[in-house]
Write a protein that binds this ligand. Structure first.
Ligand code: NAD
Length: 498
């Protein structure tokens, strides 16, 4: 059976006495084993990063950008193979895997402009003969800890910006689908990144703790579930690191009475069930405003859900594939039972779904609940599966209040033809990313990604200028070049602006 190794110092490296099973979610069979490293593997990665980083930081930014250009071209040339590799371990359909990789590549494209972005600021004549300028310098060694659900995009969010700004990087990908991150690291080496600039170490909590405590790692970026995000944030900050830690989500889609319901239903079937609901920007809660909107929406949703096709990840006609593991399938089905027990109306039940010829696969059918209320555990918690919950709101005020009061604040969407309502909603809702007639409002790469409340700990977002700020520190230089004349024309004056 294939063993998935670490990538340390530019080469494939074994290490770590333990391994974890990597499944094929389509069949339910173990298809590979990934090594689970610990302190020794991390120390080796840090040593490789330490050796490479000063030279990389001293490499001029256009040369660093050229590596990004070359990497982008290599990923594009290998897109089919990479998407298949991703799907084979994650279970999402090939089109979704291509989207996952493409969204990451857009951050790499942003990084191709790093010379422009790093130019800094300059003030001439802040005082007599005095100029002030600032520069952004890399932190040194950064680390990223990533979730299973976007094994292409999220590592690229992190290592793209960290490396383009002159840092060395250590990636600890999810142990559930670790092969794509390894291929990305190999392609970065092929693109010209020096050995040691991008290392991949596999592992679980033991490796994460080693990263959080390592004195030579300056910053940690984490994306995953909220309890672990909070843990990573607290422990990393206590160890003196800069930490950004993105967590879970429960995104609401508000449907105003004037919305185009056919469009909404089309958007919702993609946003709630696409990628089997395993997206932090999925829309698992829909909030129709008014009973009439609720009835009309429900009547249109039921046949749309019945028309969804579930298939293996290589099925080009499938809307979505299996979920990632048997444990995750059991968790989702447990939440469906809990929803029934706590009194929600189960309109479409996706439990017990099997795909002929793939009976061992981790498939969950699409599920619809109506009359979900805010006191229910299944409303409060993230299910992360193909489950859509209808929460009826009596008016606009109640609809704004629902996502605003929820513990998570990643994304939210409003569907309406009313510009005033949309504008009011966007300005008042207590959530970090808002879509107006856009069901999955993931910002483009040159803006920044980040939620509020328990969806993100730390105060700097991913990618865009926020990402550049996270991976760099500002140095401000005040310079004076006296002309040497004896008459004191250039006598030193502290630049308080008199
Ligand atoms: P997860 O929290 O289980 O794992 C994330 C990472 O943490 C993995 O690398 C894993 O190895 C590590 N980890 C797991 N248990 C740990 C522990 N006890 N101590 C230390 N580290 C540990 O998340 P997941 O199931 O891989 O991903 C799904 C979650 O990620 C969902 O909650 C989803 O909403 C969230 N997510 C959030 C965003 C965002 O930007 N806000 C984006 C994608 C996914």
């Amino acid at each position: 059976m294939r063993t998935i190794d670490h990538v340390i110092g530019g080469g494939s490296t074994s290490g770590g006495a333990r391994t974890a099973d990597v499944f094929d979610p389509n069949s339910g069979q173990v298809q590979a084993r990934v090594r689970l490293g610990g302190q020794a593997e991390l120390d080796a990665a840090v040593a490789a990063a330490k050796a490479a980083q000063p030279g990389w930081a001293a490499t001029n930014p256009q040369r660093r950008a050229r590596v990004m250009f070359a990497f982008k071209a290599l990923v594009e040339a290998n897109m089919e193979e990479l998407a298949r590799l991703l799907s084979s371990e994650h279970g999402k359909v090939i089109a979704d895997s291509k989207g996952d990789i493409q969204r990451g590549l857009e951050v790499i494209e942003f990084c191709c402009g790093i010379p422009h972005i790093l130019k800094g600021e300059y003030t001439q004549g802040a005082g007599p003969g005095i100029d002030v300028y600032s520069m952004r310098q890399p932190l040194g060694i950064g680390a990223g800890i990533t979730p299973f659900n976007f094994p292409g995009m999220i590592p690229m969010w992190m290592f793209g910006v960290a490396i383009a700004t002159g840092n060395a990087f250590i990636l600890k990908p999810s142990e559930r689908d670790p092969s794509l991150p390894v291929r990305l690291a190999e392609l970065m080496l092929e693109a010209g990144a020096p050995a040691g600039i991008l290392n991949v170490v596999h592992g679980d909590k033991e490796m994460v703790d080693a990263i959080l405590d390592h004195p030579d790692i300056a910053a940690v970026s984490f994306v995953g579930s909220s309890d672990i995000a909070h843990y990573v944030y607290s422990r990393g900050v206590a160890a003196g690191k800069r930490v950004q830690a993105m967590g879970g989500a429960k995104n609401h889609g508000i449907v105003m009475p004037d919305a185009d319901l056919d469009q909404v239903v089309n958007d919702l079937t993609g946003a709630a069930f696409g990628s089997a609901g395993e997206r932090c920007m999925a829309l698992p809660v829909v909030v129709p405003v008014g009973e009439d909107t609720a009835e009309r929406l429900r009547a249109k949703l039921i046949p749309a859900i019945a028309a969804l096709r579930i298939g293996v990840s290589t099925d080009a006609d499938a809307h979505y594939g299996p979920v990632v593991t048997a444990a995750h399938k059991a968790k989702i089905e447990g939440y469906i039972q809990q929803g029934v027990d706590e009194g929600a109306e189960l309109v479409v039940d996706g439990r017990g779904f099997t795909l002929q010829g793939h009976e061992g696969g981790f498939f969950v059918g699409p599920t619809l609940f109506d009359r979900v209320t805010t006191d229910m555990v299944t409303y409060k918690e993230e299910i992360f599966g193909p489950v859509l919950q209808i929460v009826r709101a009596k008016d606009f005020e109640e609809a704004v209040a629902l996502p605003s009061a929820h513990q998570y604040g990643n994304g939210v969407a409003i569907f309406t033809r009313n510009g005033h309502a949309a504008r009011e909603f966007a300005s008042r809702v207590n959530v970090g990313m808002v879509g107006i007639n856009v069901p999955i409002p993931v910002p483009v790469a040159y803006h920044s990604f980040g939620g509020w409340k328990r969806s993100a700990f730390g105060d700097t977002n991913q990618h865009g200028i926020e990402g550049v700020k996270f991976w760099t520190k500002v140095k401000t230089i005040t310079q004076r070049w006296p002309d040497g004349s004896a008459d004191g024309t250039n006598a030193f004056v502290i630049p308080t602006m008199g």
